[in-house]
Design a protein around this ligand. Sequence first.
Ligand SMILES: C[S@@+](CC[C@H](N)C(=O)[O-])C[C@H]1O[C@@H](n2cnc3c(N)ncnc32)[C@H](O)[C@@H]1O
Ligand SMILES: [Zn+2]
Length: 1011
Amino acid sequence: MKAKKLIEVALPIKEISAESVRDKSIRHGHISTLHLWWARRPLPVCRAIVFASLVPDPLDDNCPEAFKYAVEMLLNTELGKLHYKPYKDIPYTSIVDEMEDNHRNRLMMFIGKFSEKCQENMKACKSTPPKEQLDEGSLIKWENKNNPKILRIARELIFVAYQSDKRPDATWEELHAEFDKLYDAIPKAETALYELKDRHIETDKVKQLETELQTAIEAFQNEMPSVFDPFAGGGAIPLEAARLGCRSYGNDINPVAHIIERGSAEFPQKYGKPIVYSKEEFEKLYGEEGIKMAQEDERGITFDGKAYHIPNRLAFDVEFYAKKILAETEKEVGYLYPADEKGNKPVAYYWARTAKCSNPSCGAEVPLLKQFYLANTKKKKVYLNPLINGTDIQFEIKKGSCEHLMGWNKRGNITCPCCGSVTSVDKVKEQSLNHRLNERLIAVIYDSDHGKEYKLPNSDQIEDSKKYYDIKYLPKEEMARNSGGGDTHPWGYTKWCDLFTNRQLHVINVLIEKLQALTKQLPQEEYSKTVKTYLSMWIDKALCFFTSFCTWHVTRETMNNIFARQAIPMIFDFVEANTISGTTGSLSNMLDWITLYLKSESIIEFPSFFANASSGEMNQFGPKELAAAVTDPPYYDAIAYADISDFFYVWLRNILNKEYPITFATPKTPKTEECTALKHYHNDNEQDARKHFESKLTEIFSAIEFQTSDIVSIMYAHQSTEAWSTLCNSILGARMNITGSWPMDTEMMGALKTDKAFLESSVTVSCRPSERKGFADFDEVKHDIRQLVKAEVEKLYGLGFRGADLITACFGQAVSVFGHFKLVETAEGDPVSVGQLLEFARVSANQSQVDNVPGEPQSKFYYGWLQMNGMKESSFDDVNKYTRVGVNVEIRQLRQDRLLITDGNMQHLATAEEHLGNNTTWGTQPSDYMISQVHRMMMAYRMGNQVQLLKLVRDLCPQSDAPQWRVLDFLGGHLPEGKDLNDVKGILASAEMLRQKCKETAVPTEGALDF
Ligand SMILES: C[S@@+](CC[C@H](N)C(=O)[O-])C[C@H]1O[C@@H](n2cnc3c(N)ncnc32)[C@H](O)[C@@H]1O
Ligand SMILES: [Zn+2]
């Protein structure tokens, strides 16, 4: 028997969550800033999951001795003593729990540990800046992604785990010595190659040193486990697997994803390395411009009189050539964006589409404006003031509020400002379908010392905006109709080229022409292809801010890129950036993001290997060749990857088809093999879409099961039972079972997690090949599941999970019980499906939540009823049935207590206001109904009565584990939109502050709080 892997028994999910939420706001050098890809996983989760899938649980009886030793030695050194000693008590639970100092806990602390400061703050109910939350020894901390000490420990632990699995008799000392030898050979070989002058010229010496480095890397990686991600997307998981020293593989069916992956996790690690040029060579290659760049401090280039030392060859080249292209493009198209009278260049143009008023005696061409602000921040208000003269519509730009002005466009219906008549949205669409809507330049935006400035366009600017250009390369491919909401098709915008103004198309064409001309001059080798790939990604990035579907964010005074959502909705007013200026979203701004990424991810020695292919190929790897598969499959129908990525594909294909002939062989990205449940590819049939998703997923998981020796870890972030049952069916269908299940916060969130529309956490399940044996009776299985789910709900609640996140997190546990058996049957002998099972798990989890919410029967009735029926009217019979089955209370009593409000034969649950009515004492004493106490707090909050609210908190619930808080949490997850929910959210958002204030002031006074 082999030991269980850490991921099957324990994970520091609070710590991973904290760093993952932080990850979403990290920008400089972060993978997400290299190129847009949808639904990226945060790096800390990926790093933690890969690591925990590869190392055994040190407390497992079968854990190899050598590994236990490795933990002892590596996490117990001077450095380790400081950082990896477990918490005295687990800081995020309200109960003070001892955390034993054992090897498993040390390993957990190595993955992620809250800093001393953060632990102190948690106890004092204070928040800690995201950057300071984790201890500096944590593997998953952003600052440690290139930390040689920490990476060395992680890699050695993985090495020892992998080797001792293969060679149980090997001792720690032997393995430690082997690791050192293999590992230390790499930097030696690197130094020899990277210090060699003019290594860009292929001499025998260069070839020899390159081979030596390659050999050293291979010798090391041959002894490390292989990790595969069959749905690699933006490449986060392979990037992290390689960071941990593993041989890392990734597939994606999507050509755009493939290019991004290579740009993220192959090229920087291969080519983003130091180079030394002799003076002559450098000057020959880069001329005056290059010398100038070398002299600027920011690139860290040194010149010793004879040679230039460049820290990152790839970052330098990409920047150098991009700047060249930009300068040449500017020469050719700069005049299209003329300066104002003072010589200031505009940074962006504000346009509106226009439609003709359908009143035949008017016919005004009306700008389709929904509102008139150009800037609407706290400190600055600027708007367009309409000047109407007959059917002529002009504007002036004014400062101040324009709340008095009603927009002319309401969901596409226009109210004419000249004659007042309404043109219906259908009529407007008709015009748009016939000849598309006209576009009118309304304002020009400038950067100035005191922020953005808005001006009316001058005649040159209007003239230039109207010029027509012949476009050589026009992407005329059809856009798929957006499945993710928002659709431009009914308006006649059906081709990718329809998303750009003619001037934009012209500029893009010039850019591409310059790029092609320049890269043709570079030596035809793999390295030049790499440089060209980044130059293409750079144009791609700028395109996101260079369409006629980018909007202006008036409260931030910035541009939204076209993918503010995961679909392209119809837009009536848009902003055209002056992409050759230096502003946000411009080419030079985008270049900065790319070079920042290159500099930040080039230090790792190990490139990943990517295939642009649909996964599921049995022969891609040998049987059990992979140690682990870690992946993040598409979430059912949440994102139509192939459809939206065509936005990039149609341009990339034009630029890179020679370099990547197979990747860009088809006119559009491949659609039919994509593993998603999109109805529009299955004649709008939901069942067929689901079947397709499930069978693709099963095929892919089956191949992985065949190829993987240990763990398959799958991340999933969809909350519907439907999506989960397809995922679980595929896991079981591929002869695996779930052995661990971990929810982790991965999205940015407000103080409160009550938005039911999406999950803020993703769930990672670890799976293993498993034999399903025998038959089971559903009733028995139900019993086990109920127990498991109950325990899980309690544990996860303690860890801060709420609402849909909490329920979904129980699915993995439920399936693991089910997956032991070949067949589970009902008493009638009918087979039970995974869907039925998950429905049962959901009900059990809901029930456990109600069971766990404190209160006397009357309050319990309230919770249970709310969970089942919400605040809707229900018939008398329903209520009767519920009280009989559920809780032991008299209906009469419920009415008297005004918890149920009756109207004829119908009744509904009382709102806080209905329940308390004019009564002034209910809910003020600890002996009152729990629900009354909470309603009292809600009403105090609603009335802004701070003194009373503080008094209630002090008298009823001064501690964070007081039951009232749990009731509030529950209500927050179950109340419908409305006043009650707002109150609950408000109180929860200030809960910490309220409790703190109670401690500080014995007697609450007016003005103590500021909501
Ligand atoms: C949720 S995303 C992965 C995101 C990734 N973990 C990241 O952090 O960027 C799922 C990916 O699966 C890819 N995909 C869909 N069907 C596929 C198939 N049949 N074979 C390989 N990849 C596929 C999609 O193109 C998409 O990039
Ligand atoms: Zn009119």
